[in-house]
Ligand binder design. Structure first.
Ligand SMILES: Cc1cc2nc3c(=O)[nH]c(=O)nc-3n(C[C@H](O)[C@H](O)[C@H](O)COP(=O)(O)OP(=O)(O)OC[C@H]3O[C@@H](n4cnc5c(N)ncnc54)[C@H](O)[C@@H]3O)c2cc1C
Length: 423
């Protein structure tokens, strides 16, 4: 319960993976919860179409020396896996990204992400075991490398993962093809992470949202939050297209759009939209059984119910949702180069979504500075599906007066406030 001993009355803004998991964990602890989602249904944003991976193995934050190097190299190529649309507004974010992309910062952040992801994976397992239809599969995931240098780097990463308790098996090309016969690429080698898992992200959000509703949460779709009305360090009401909604507590889980709601409150939330795409194909015999990540092209192939999904690219282009055909074509080419039988296959869907990316690669979870009843839960970048259950748990623990099950210091929103920040 809350510090005052009252049952909290919580409005969660955003019905993506983070919003529904927050609602689910809160309602299980007896809170009264309303989720406000502007879309016609839940998962109207990035959570609908991601690659579906739940990966403690990929715990390196987005801000790392390699990303900085490759980002600079790739940013001028229209078909590259990374693109930055130059805009003055992105410069402060980029400066922080560069400052966070040091080996020391990565050494500090990686165990934080790994611990959260490992705990969250256990929650994904529990949700599936409780009967939620998330299409969860624990088959592991395969990372594939074409160049010897990338493979050498991957072996170091695998050894480091093992030391940290995440199992990893280094495979030569023959072993890789034996494990995943769908591979055609002339690979240098691969690493198999047996504990990684995957699920259908759209089903995940739908199932968790339905479970939250069944437990008593109110889910309101087609309700857009226009702003938050504040008075003396409190949010008094959430102003929406369907009138004002009073709230004891408010959680902003609006993904890449969170800064738009936070800024008028005087809060600096440096979350940039990192656009990515998926291309879904009709499934066919011989499709990969394992989610397979092609390192050189940064494309992931995930077998999902009724489709084979290729997902990739990261375009820092603000909130722009236009589709760049060159990037979509590059994803398809990467899939065809790496997997059997994709040429000429019917495409079911092309989709794009905006990852909420922080400049230091860590999510933002905690009380908004200066507000006694406002929480932020966003900035999960490439790991939002993976980390959604543990984020929901942490927010619920904070709001119901419990001891957070993880150290929240690295995730605190204050780290970015221009005056109070320490980075
Ligand atoms: C191509 C691609 C592949 C990815 N693959 C993976 C993966 O394999 N594994 C993984 O863990 N992560 C992956 N991700 C990242 C993951 O999808 C995101 O981190 C995650 O979806 C973020 O969830 P969210 O709930 O914070 O944001 P969103 O899902 O974007 O949800 C925010 C919600 O808030 C709503 N909203 C916004 N503003 C308002 C408003 N004013 N009023 C009301 N509602 C509002 C939006 O409509 C939206 O539904 C991938 C992302 C992409 C693009």
């Amino acid at each position: 319960m809350s510090q005052t001993g009252q049952v909290p009355d919580v409005v969660v803004v955003g019905g993506g993976a983070i919003g529904v998991c927050t609602a689910f964990e809160l309602v299980r602890r007896g809170a009264r919860v309303t989720v406000l989602e502007r879309g016609g249904e839940l998962a109207w944003g990035c959570s609908a179409g991601n690659a579906g991976l739940i990966t403690p193995s990929h715990a390196t934050p987005l801000a790392n020396p390699e990303a900085l190097r490759e980002g600079l190299r790739w940013m001028w190529r229209p078909d590259s896996p990374f693109y930055l649309r130059p805009r003055p507004a992105v410069l402060p974010w980029l400066a922080r990204f560069a400052r966070a992309s040091t080996p020391e910062r990565v050494r500090a952040s990686t165990p934080v992400i790994r611990a959260l992801a490992t705990a969250s994976l256990a929650q994904h397992v529990e949700l599936a075991a409780a009967g939620l239809d998330t299409a969860f599969e624990r088959r592991g995931a395969l990372s594939v490398y074409e160049s010897e240098s990338a493979f050498a780097h991957a072996r170091e990463h695998a050894a480091e993962s093992e030391r940290a308790g995440t199992r990893a098996r280094v495979l030569d090309p023959a072993e890789a093809r034996e494990l995943e016969p769908a591979l055609v690429a002339d690979v240098a080698g691969a690493v198999y992470y047996p504990d990684d898992s995957h699920c259908d992200p759209l089903r995940f959000v739908g199932a968790v949202g339905a479970a939250a509703a069944e437990a008593g949460a109110t889910i309101r779709t087609r309700v857009e939050v226009l702003g938050l009305r504040r008075s003396a360090g409190r949010v008094e009401a959430v102003v929406t297209t369907s009138g004002d909604v009073a709230a004891g507590e408010v959680v902003l889980a609006a993904g890449a759009w969170t800064p738009l709601l936070a800024r008028p409150l005087g809060l600096y939330v440096p979350v940039e939209g990192g656009k990515g795409y998926h291309v879904d194909f009709e499934p066919a015999d011989g499709d990969p059984r394992l989610p397979t990540w092609f390192d050189e092209t940064r494309v992931i192939a995930t077998p999902l119910p009724g489709r084979l999904r290729l997902a990739g690219t990261l375009e820092l282009a603000g909130l722009d949702l236009s589709v760049d055909r060159r990037r979509v074509d590059a994803i398809v080419r990467a899939g065809q180069r790496g997997l059997r039988g994709l040429a000429g296959r019917r495409v079911l869907e092309v989709w794009r979504g905006l990852r909420p990316c922080t400049p230091d690669g860590l999510p933002i979870v905690g009380r908004a500075p200066g507000y006694e009843n406002l929480m932020l839960a966003t900035g999960h970048a490439m790991m939002g599906l993976t980390l959604a259950p543990v984020t929901g748990l942490l927010v619920a623990e904070l709001l119901t007066g419990g001891e957070p099950s993880h150290d929240l210091d690295p995730l605190r929103p204050e780290r970015f406030q221009p005056v109070l920040g320490r980075d």
